[in-house]
Design a protein around this ligand. Structure first.
Ligand code: HDE
Length: 728
C-alpha cells in the first residue's frame, strides 16, 4: 500500500494530468478545413458524382461524414428544465465558515472558486419562451479544489411535492397534454390543475407559482434557493442543518402577466438575451450566498419538519447570513458544449457538505445520474469538459461510451500491488469524504411522516405576507389559469383547496370564475393517500404555523435604489431637441441604465440642431414590453410626428398599463395627451408625486432626469392598476 509520503507526492500538481477546461477549446481562425480523421478538405461545396450531372457516389466519405454527423447533432433535451441559459463566473467567500463546515472553498477567503450557472424554466421544451409562468431553475456548479459541488436549486424556496415518488406524476401533469401536445410551456390546462387539486401538499408551492415570482424581470433579478435542508459538517464532525439562498444584488423584480405574454411573442429569448447582454457589456450579475443554520439540537424546535420540502424556514425565525458573493463574468463560448451538456447532480457534494433524509432530496440523488446516462449517452458524462472537476480524477472505473481518459498502467482494481496500491483511499484528514454517521433506528415503512401534514399554514403565511398588488396578481393568476381549465369540476375542486388557504382568496377567484366557493370542500383525501390509508391519518388541515407574516416573502421591500442595467426607451423623430434628448440619455447612462433611441425609421434621425442622432431601433423592431421605462424628449417636429404615430402612442399606453416609469419633456406633453392615460396625468411633479405615480413631465431636463431616475428605481407602480371589484 502507498505510504503517506508517496500519496503527498502523488498530489503534487501534475500539470499534464490536471484537467483544464480550456484544453478542448478549438478556434478555427486561420486554419484549414479537415475531416474528422484529419484529412484536408479541398471542396466543401460539391459532392462526388459520376459526371457533372451524374448520381452521387457512395465512395464520398466527405459527404457521408458531414451528413452523418449532422443527422446525429441532437441529444435528448432535459426531461424537465429543457429551456435554459448558462454563464461562467466566480465565487468569493467573505468570512471563513470553518466553525460550520470543513469544505475548503467555504473556509479559505483567499480562494476564488470558478462556477458555471444554468438558469432554466421547468415545463417548456428547449425552444420555448423564457417568459412562461413557471418556476426557474438556478443550478450552480462550483469547481472547488476538492471536487465539484453542485447546488441545484430553484427561484422558489419550496416544492410541489414531498416525496420523489410523486415527481413523474407532477411533471406528466404540467407538461403538454399527451394526446395533442398542447399547451407548450404553460401550467394553465386541465391535467395540471386536475393533479394539483388532488394534491393538497402542493398548496404552498402553488401560491409561489401563481405569484409574480414566476415572472422574473431577469435571471439577474431573482433569488435562488437550495430548497432542501442540507447538512454542514465541520472538521470535528459536528453537523448543522443548512438551507442555501442566493440573494441578487439588483433586488428581486418581476414583470406583469400581460407583459410576459407579449414578451413571449416579441422576444421569446428575453431572459437569455438579457443575461448575455449584461455579461457582454461588463454589467456582471451578482448574488450573495446566504445560509440559514439550525443546530442539530434544534431539529425539532419548529412547527414544521426540516425534512419537508414544502416548507421554508421563515427568516424571522432563522436569519439568512450572507457568506460570500457569486459574480457571473463570462458567457459560454459554445451553447451546446457548455450549457446543453452541463450535467448538474444534487449528489455532487464535497467533504463538509452532506444530505438529510428529505425524501424528495433522496429521490433526486438517484435521478440526476440516471437522467445523464440517457441524455449524454453513457457513464462518462463527467469527462465532458464542462463537467470535469478541476482537480485530478483517479479511480479504477474504466471504459464505456465516449471514454476520454487514456488510463495508463495494468491495474484497474483495488486493492492492488501492481500499481503500488494507487490510487489510494484518502483518510478523512486527507480530505476523504465520510458520510455523517446519523443515528437511525427505524422500521421499514412506506408512509408519509405525520410531521409533514400541515399543508396550508405556510401557504397562508405566504399570501398574508404579500403587498396588496402582489396579492391581486395572485388572484389574477388563479383566475387566468383556472379560466383556461375546461373541466368545471376541476375549477370547483381548486376553489375548495383555496378556501382552505384563505376564504378571501377563494371568494375573489370564485368571483372571476362565476362559481360558488364549495361550502364544505371535500378534500380529495382519498386521492392523495395510500390505497389502505386511513384519511384521519392524512388530515392536512392541521394549522401549526407560529409565524403570521414574513416580510422576506414579499418583493415589495426589495432593492429600489438603483437603475443599473434597466432598459430605457427614448421615443424620437426628425426634429428632436438634441439637448432634451442627450441630457436625459447621458444622465440615465451615467446612472448605469441601458438607453436606446427608437424612431419611425432606423439608422439616424436629424435633430432640430441638424445633428445626426443614432437610432437603435425602429418601431418595427422594438416593443414597449422590452423596456423598463420610456422618455419623450422635446422638439416641435419630433413631437408632431410621434403624436400622430400609432406605434408611439401604443408604446406609451403599454408602458403605462404595465406600470412603468414614464417621462416627457414638458414641450412634448402633447404626445402624452394622445394616450389613453392623458386624463390620469398628475397635477404636480413633486418628488413625492413622482415616487407615487411614476410619471414625470417637467421642462428643466436636469430636474427631469433626476426625478425620472428615482421613478425607474422603483421598478413598477403597481398601484396604478385598476382597483379590484370586491366580490359580493
Ligand atoms: Fe430536478 N431534475 N428533480 N429539481 N432539477 C432535473 O436532471 C428531479 C427538483 C432542478 O440546469 C433533471 O439533468 C426529481 C427540485 C434544476 O441542468 C432530472 C425531483 C429542485 C434542474 C431531475 C426533482 C430541482 C433539474 C432533468 C423530485 C429545486 C436543471 C435534467 C425528487 C431544488 C439543472 C437533469 C440544469 C433537472 C429530477 C425536483 C431543480 C430528471 C426526480 C426540488 C435546477 O434528473
Amino acid at each position: 500500500m502507498a505510504t503517506n509520503k508517496e500519496i503527498k507526492q502523488d498530489e503534487q500538481p501534475d500539470n499534464d494530468k490536471i484537467v483544464d477546461l480550456n484544453a478542448d477549446k478549438v478556434d478555427a481562425t486561420g486554419t484549414l478545413m479537415t475531416t474528422n480523421h484529419g484529412v484536408r478538405i479541398n471542396d466543401d461545396q460539391n459532392s462526388l458524382k459520376a459526371g457533372d450531372r451524374g448520381s452521387a457516389l457512395l465512395e464520398d466519405f466527405i459527404l457521408r461524414e458531414k451528413i452523418t454527423h449532422f443527422d446525429h447533432e441532437r441529444i435528448p433535451e432535459r426531461v424537465v428544465h429543457a429551456r435554459g441559459s448558462g454563464a461562467h463566473g466566480v465565487f468569493k467567500l467573505y468570512e471563513s465558515q470553518s466553525a460550520l463546515t470543513k469544505a475548503q472553498f467555504l473556509n479559505d477567503t483567499s480562494i476564488e472558486t470558478p462556477v458555471f450557472v444554468r438558469f432554466s424554466t421547468v415545463a417548456g421544451s428547449r425552444g420555448s419562451t423564457d417568459l412562461a409562468r413557471d418556476v426557474r431553475g438556478f443550478a450552480v456548479k462550483f469547481y472547488t479544489d476538492e471536487g465539484n459541488f453542485d447546488l441545484v436549486g430553484n427561484n422558489m424556496p419550496v416544492f410541489f411535492i414531498q416525496d420523489a415518488i410523486k415527481f413523474p406524476d407532477l411533471i406528466h401533469a404540467v407538461k403538454p397534454e399527451p394526446d395533442n401536445e398542447i399547451p407548450q410551456a404553460a401550467s394553465a390546462h386541465d391535467t395540471f390543475w386536475d393533479f394539483i387539486s388532488l394534491t393538497p401538499e402542493s398548496a404552498h408551492m402553488i401560491m409561489w407559482a401563481m405569484s409574480d415570482r414566476a415572472l422574473p424581470r431577469s435571471y439577474r433579478m431573482m433569488e435562488g434557493f437550495g430548497v432542501h435542508t442540507f447538512r454542514f459538517i465541520n472538521a470535528e464532525g459536528v453537523s448543522s442543518f443548512v438551507k442555501f439562498h442566493w440573494k441578487p444584488l439588483l433586488g428581486v423584480h418581476s414583470v406583469a402577466w400581460d407583459e410576459a405574454q407579449n414578451i413571449s411573442g416579441k422576444d421569446p429569448d428575453y431572459h437569455r438575451r438579457d443575461l448575455w447582454d449584461a455579461i457582454e457589456s461588463g454589467n456582471f450579475p451578482e448574488w450573495e450566498l446566504g445560509v440559514q443554520i439550525v443546530s442539530e439540537e434544534d431539529e425539532f424546535k419548529f412547527d414544521f419538519d426540516l425534512l419537508d420540502s414544502t416548507k421554508l424556514i421563515p427568516e424571522e425565525l432563522v436569519p439568512v447570513q450572507r457568506i460570500g458573493k457569486m459574480t457571473l463574468n463570462r458567457n459560454p463560448d459554445n451553447f451546446f458544449a457548455e450549457t446543453e451538456q452541463v450535467a448538474y447532480h444534487i449528489g455532487h457534494v464535497v467533504a463538509g457538505i452532506d444530505f438529510t433524509n428529505d425524501p424528495l432530496l433522496q429521490g433526486r440523488l438517484f435521478s440526476y445520474t440516471d437522467t445523464q446516462l440517457i441524455r449524454l449517452g453513457g457513464p462518462n458524462f463527467q469527462q465532458i469538459p464542462i463537467n470535469r472537476p478541476l482537480n485530478p480524477v483517479r479511480n479504477n472505473q474504466r471504459d464505456g461510451y465516449m471514454r476520454q481518459t487514456i488510463d495508463k498502467g495494468k491495474s484497474s482494481y483495488n486493492p492492488n500491488t501492481l500499481g503500488n496500491g494507487f490510487p489510494a483511499q484518502a483518510k478523512a484528514s486527507e480530505g476523504g469524504f465520510t458520510s455523517y454517521p446519523e443515528r437511525i433506528e427505524a422500521r421499514k415503512v412506506r408512509a408519509r411522516s405525520k410531521s409533514f401534514l400541515d399543508h396550508f399554514s405556510q401557504a397562508k403565511l405566504f399570501l398574508d405576507s404579500q403587498s396588496d398588488p402582489e396579492r391581486n396578481h395572485i388572484v389574477d393568476a388563479f383566475s387566468f389559469e383556472l379560466g383556461k381549465v375546461k373541466t368545471v369540476a376541476i375549477r370547483e375542486r381548486m376553489l375548495g383547496i383555496l378556501s382552505l388557504i384563505d376564504s378571501g382568496l377563494a371568494a375573489e377567484v370564485a368571483f372571476a370564475l362565476r362559481l360558488p366557493v364549495p361550502q364544505d370542500p371535500a378534500l380529495p383525501l382519498n386521492h392523495s393517500i395510500p390505497a389502505d390509508g386511513d384519511p384521519a391519518d392524512y388530515d392536512p388541515t392541521i394549522v401549526r404555523s407560529s409565524v403570521a407574516i414574513s416580510s422576506a416573502l414579499s418583493m415589495a421591500g426589495t432593492v429600489k435604489d438603483s437603475i443599473k442595467t434597466r432598459k430605457i426607451a427614448i421615443l424620437a423623430a426628425d426634429g428632436v431637441d438634441e439637448i432634451s434628448l442627450t441630457t436625459v440619455k447621458d444622465a440615465l447612462m451615467a446612472a448605469g441604465a441601458v438607453v436606446e433611441v427608437i424612431a419611425p425609421r432606423l439608422n439616424y434621425i436629424i435633430a432640430e440642431s441638424d445633428a445626426q442622432i443614432v437610432v437603435d431601433h425602429s418601431f418595427l423592431t422594438a416593443a414597449s414590453v422590452l423596456y423598463d421605462a420610456v422618455y419623450v424628449p422635446a422638439g416641435t417636429n419630433s413631437v408632431a410626428t410621434l403624436e400622430a404615430e400609432a406605434d408611439a402612442i401604443h408604446f406609451l399606453n403599454e408602458a403605462f398599463k404595465h406600470c412603468k416609469a414614464i417621462a416627457a419633456d414638458k414641450a412634448a406633453i402633447q404626445v402624452l395627451e394622445a394616450t389613453y392615460f392623458s386624463s390620469k396625468l398628475p397635477d404636480d411633479y413633486s418628488e413625492e408625486t413622482v415616487l407615487r405615480e411614476g410619471v414625470v413631465v417637467v421642462d428643466d431636463v436636469e430636474e427631469l432626469a433626476d426625478k425620472f431616475i428615482l421613478a425607474i428605481a422603483q421598478h413598477r407602480f403597481w398601484e396604478r392598476e385598476k382597483p379590484r371589484k370586491i366580490p359580493a
